[in-house]
Ligand binder design. Structure first.
Ligand code: FE
Length: 220
């Protein structure tokens, strides 16, 4: 069964973009509920999959909407926490060069990211992804949908567009939230690791991460 991963920083690390209170509700209530429901649905099926990625892809192909939505939301939130940094960062290296190649500069990427997030109707997520030939693109997905079930996309960063992500701190100002989030929250070191994996075909971020036992058996 899957565990709710702990936040990789204190609850107040991203304030004022996302306050301590928002993070407690978001992680301890919303994310926890998605993990709990996923586990209950898997228990009912007597399934014990190794990774949440397997659950998401399996549910997508079998048309199990309830399991897909809950498992994908569990995955998306874990990815979201890990793709943010307690300290402000700027893109460097290969990912910085790819941003220049695809968008012109970081400001143009921010404009695109905020526009796509504001223009997305209802709940969902706005992602920076690497696609074909590792070219960067901004996409949005509805509700719990995520790039795992879209061929050839590797997510580098994501921001949550559900109101529970921003309403306590920004009320209905999704644009203000996204602008503040983009300037403060992304972990560009995380994005760089995902981008390197996209270019080399290497291992992307996984939930849960491969454990020592699993790595040892895979190496044999
Ligand atoms: Fe959320």
């Amino acid at each position: 069964m899957f565990e709710l991963p702990a936040l990789p920083y204190p609850y107040d690390a991203l304030a004022p973009v996302m306050s301590d209170r928002t993070m407690h509700f978001h992680h301890d209530k919303h994310h926890a509920a998605y993990v709990e429901t996923t586990n209950k649905l898997l228990e009912a099926k007597r399934a014990s999959p190794e990774s949440l990625e397997d659950v998401i892809r399996g549910a997508a192909s079998s048309g199990d909407k309830k399991l897909f939505n809950n498992a994908a939301q569990a995955w998306n939130h874990a990815f979201f926490w890990d793709a943010m940094s307690a300290k402000p960062q700027s893109p460097e290296g290969e990912v910085a060069a790819a941003i220049r190649g695809a968008f012109g500069d970081l400001g143009a990427l921010k404009t695109k990211f905020v526009e796509e997030g504001v223009g997305h109707f209802g709940s969902g997520w706005v992602w920076l992804c690497a696609g074909a030939q590792a070219r960067l693109q901004v996409i949005t997905t509805h509700d719990g949908d995520d790039p795992l079930v879209r061929d050839g996309l590797t997510p580098l960063l994501v921001c949550d567009l559900w109101e529970h992500a921003y309403y306590l701190d920004h009320q209905n100002d999704r644009k203000g939230f996204l602008e503040a989030w983009f300037d403060r929250a992304p972990s560009w070191t995380f994005a760089e690791r995902q981008f390197a994996a996209a270019r080399s075909g290497g291992r992307r971020w996984r939930y849960p991460p491969p454990g020592p036992a699993r790595q040892a058996s895979a190496a044999q």
